[in-house]
Design a protein around this ligand. Sequence first.
Ligand SMILES: *[C@@H]1O[C@H](CO)[C@@H](O)[C@H](O)[C@H]1NC(C)=O
Length: 248
Amino acid sequence: MWLQTSVLVLCLGLSNAAVTWQLLPFEGDCTKFYFQIGPNSVFKFELKCSKDQTFSATTKQCVTKFGRLDDCSMRSPPELIARSYDEGKSICATDPTAVFADEENCAGFYNCSKVVVDDTGNLPPFRDECPYPALFDRINKRCDMDYTTIEPQCGSRKIKPSPCDQLQNQCPRAHCIPCGVRYPNCVGKRNGFQEWEGRSFSPYYANCQDGRTLEAGTCARSRSGSPRIFSPTQKECVDVDSKTLFGN
Ligand SMILES: *[C@@H]1O[C@H](CO)[C@@H](O)[C@H](O)[C@H]1NC(C)=O
């Protein structure tokens, strides 16, 4: 992108020294910006900052996301980032090593020592989330995989049992397989092996426990090497024959 831009600028510069250009913020999306020729020209096109950068309206350039010059992520933040900063900033300013619970989500917490954005891009500085299906133990200030022992202390902090409620599993960008396709849903289902909704009569199944998705499973092939599928009625992997498929 930048190469393209500079080549263009160079060409324009050579052909007409009076041509001016400017970089403008893209309303509603800090990762993009406009390249505009002339002050009021309709001749403008959209460009994108590289990964982990946002466009700074003040300095008119792409800068490190959440860095010192980033005036975009904070100014028009998604709700989570706003909360992370509002709640994290004041507490973390006085206690830079503090770890405290998210008052809205029993799996969420704030960690003032965590100053980087996580790999998924969904957890800004200070903000963290227990690995699924763990819940945050506010007394011992740590995640506990045994969620049943933590549930009683959640109170008004919501318990969200689906793996797709986890921020880490949500798609921050395009070309990401939606969470609902990657994980079967166990909310409202009995414990044990269950049909993977949307993938009936396939080798795929869910292993459910307390509404949590413990496993997204695939039936192993039979000894003879033929594929097996998960039977929604028998709740187990079965050979593919007419009885399984047509019930007779
Ligand atoms: C808080 O973040 C620091 C730095 O990333 C990490 O070492 C520590 O384990 C985290 N604490 C919790 C409770 O996750």
